[in-house]
Design a protein around this ligand. Structure first.
Ligand code: CMP
Length: 138
């Protein structure tokens, strides 16, 4: 059964012109890209997206970073897409990410960590609907 997940190429990676390299890795790994858009989130939009992290000490800084410049949001589809995308990204903290993962290769720090992925089916449904209407998934 195929599954969908939301992916974000974060502002740090967009600024460093790594969109193409990351999308190449996504396609090489066997995902179908069902939707893709460049966005520049407002602070309020970043706060809404990361609402589950509201109480965390890093929330103000994370949402400032995520609204600091353009990002690219994508819906990826594959069998087991949520786990598969998290495996390709690697650990949240690039210092702990395995060799060959996107965060090992592209991320600067635990906050400026190049990519985001949904962590469970319920979060994927919320996050996909945050950016895309059903008719935009093709
Ligand atoms: P992401 O996968 O987008 O989910 C939440 C984000 O919060 C995470 O990637 C990091 O960018 C950020 N984050 C998580 N933990 C920390 C932390 N300890 N300090 C700073 N930022 C963090």
């Amino acid at each position: 059964m195929s599954e969908r997940t939301l992916a974000i190429i974060k502002p740090d990676a967009v600024e460093r012109r790594q969109i193409g390299a990351i999308i190449q890795r996504i396609e090489n790994t066997g995902f179908q890209i069902r939707a893709i858009r460049r966005v520049h989130l407002s602070k309020a939009q970043a706060e809404g997206f990361y609402a589950v992290h509201r109480e965390r000490p890093f929330f103000p800084s994370l949402t400032a970073f995520m609204s600091s410049g353009p990002a690219v949001v994508l819906v990826l589809e594959a069998a087991g897409a949520i786990k598969k995308w998290r495996a390709l990204m690697g650990a949240t903290d690039p210092a702990k990410a395995d060799a060959g993962t996107l965060r090992k290769e592209f991320a600067e720090s635990i906050e400026r960590n190049a990519t985001h992925g949904s962590d469970a089916p319920e979060t994927a449904a919320y996050e996909i609907a945050y950016f895309f209407a059903g008719f935009e998934l093709v």
